[in-house]
Design a protein around this ligand. Structure first.
Ligand SMILES: C[S@@+](CC[C@H](N)C(=O)[O-])C[C@H]1O[C@@H](n2cnc3c(N)ncnc32)[C@H](O)[C@@H]1O
Length: 339
């Protein structure tokens, strides 16, 4: 006969199992509702296209950091950049964290240069399968999937934003493409990686991110790089990122904008220490990526982006733009392959 202690333990175990079961039913029904919502938003291909099944929460602060790049790109000829900025009211970023810290001209030049240098390297590599980590409001996925041969997996950690982006695609003409997949993926914890792997087709992949590593410590960066390496080992391909932030870069940028001030404000908002997330110098950055077996090829943004269309925007100060373009043209983007 069991004593009262073992009886209560087995009741405890039963309760835990019951709670597990209830939780799994709850999650399943939540997932079902989310997928249904996505189906309504996107049409019949939604079940394949949308994987919002994990519970991840982004702080409001990190969310607003999306708006700056979105606003910056709105002065360019990057397709859909103006429309997206208007629909998400990206200009509010200026009030939130850019005011008095950074010139609009600098932001416009920087975001156009960053976006277009990635595009140029994707094009040169001629790889038809792309994973974009932390895509935020970037329109690259919508733009590139006009080509039906591209398999594009756009990811971010923010479920609400992914839903909003999908609903925006419905409002904008010619932006819904069945070869664009929106996946919830946390680049630190790896949540969602299975969904990415399921969508990948055999063959090479190009993995990109921009504006992400500023917010990550070296340990967090290593986790992201580890996930990228796992995918590249299986598929082959290339890893492209302009997210190489060094102390020297900040010092250089300080010549044209108050980058120190901007970092301070961003650190407060996102509760991350952006200064200590920066690499001390280029050799330290190289060491990190090379420790994963990457061979690095470096390009200057200015060598990849010939046309800064923001120069044509009459609302911006031309001289300030020219000064900003001169500085940011020296910035590097790295193209990396496993040796
Ligand atoms: C400054 S925004 C850049 C967005 C976009 N790449 C662009 O250039 O417009 C930073 C992005 O990183 C995403 N992010 C932050 N932490 C993340 C994490 N752990 N995993 C994946 N994405 C993350 C945020 O949700 C946000 O979309």
């Amino acid at each position: 006969m069991r004593d009262s202690k073992s009886l209560s333990m087995s009741h405890g175990a039963l309760r835990v199992r019951h709670e597990d079961y209830t939780e799994s039913v709850r999650l399943e029904s939540l997932r079902f509702r989310q997928v249904e919502l996505a189906r309504v938003l996107r049409g019949s291909r939604a079940l394949e296209a949308c994987y919002i099944k994990h519970k991840m929460k982004t702080t409001e602060a990190i969310k607003v950091t999306n708006l700056g790049p979105c606003y910056g790109r709105s002065f360019s000829d990057i397709p859909l950049s103006k429309e997206l900025a208007e629909l998400v009211d990206a200009k509010r970023a200026v009030k939130m964290f850019l005011e008095n810290n950074i010139q609009t001209e600098f932001l416009a030049a920087m975001m156009e240069g960053r976006y277009k240098s990635i595009d140029e390297l994707i094009k040169r590599n001629n790889i038809k399968q792309i994973i974009e980590i932390a895509a935020g409001w970037a329109p690259r996925g919508m733009n590139m999937t006009v080509d039906p041969n591209i398999n594009y997996i756009e990811t971010d950690q923010d479920a609400e934003e992914i839903k909003e982006k999908i609903s925006i695609q419905k409002k904008l003409p010619r932006t819904y493409h069945p070869n664009l997949h929106s996946v919830l993926f946390n680049a630190i914890t790896g949540e969602g990686i299975r969904d990415i792997v399921e969508i990948l087709k055999p063959g090479k992949v190009c993995i990109v991110h921009e504006g992400l590593f500023r917010y990550f410590s070296h340990e967090q960066k290593s986790r992201t790089i580890g996930f990228i390496v796992d995918i590249l080992k299986k598929h082959g391909g290339v890893y492209i990122t302009p997210d190489i932030h060094t102390r020297k870069l900040t010092t250089n940028l300080n010549k044209v904008v108050s980058m120190n001030e901007m970092n301070k404000k961003h650190s407060e908002l996102t509760r991350t220490d952006i200064d200590s997330n920066e690499f001390t110098d280029i050799p330290e950055a190289e060491k990190l990526f090379e420790s994963f077996g990457f061979k690095i090829k470096k390009y200057k943004w200015g060598d990849l982006v010939k046309d800064f269309s923001c120069l044509k925007d009459i609302s911006l100060d031309k001289q300030k733009l020219i000064d900003a373009i001169e500085v940011i043209s020296q910035r590097e983007i790295w193209e990396m392959r496993l040796e």
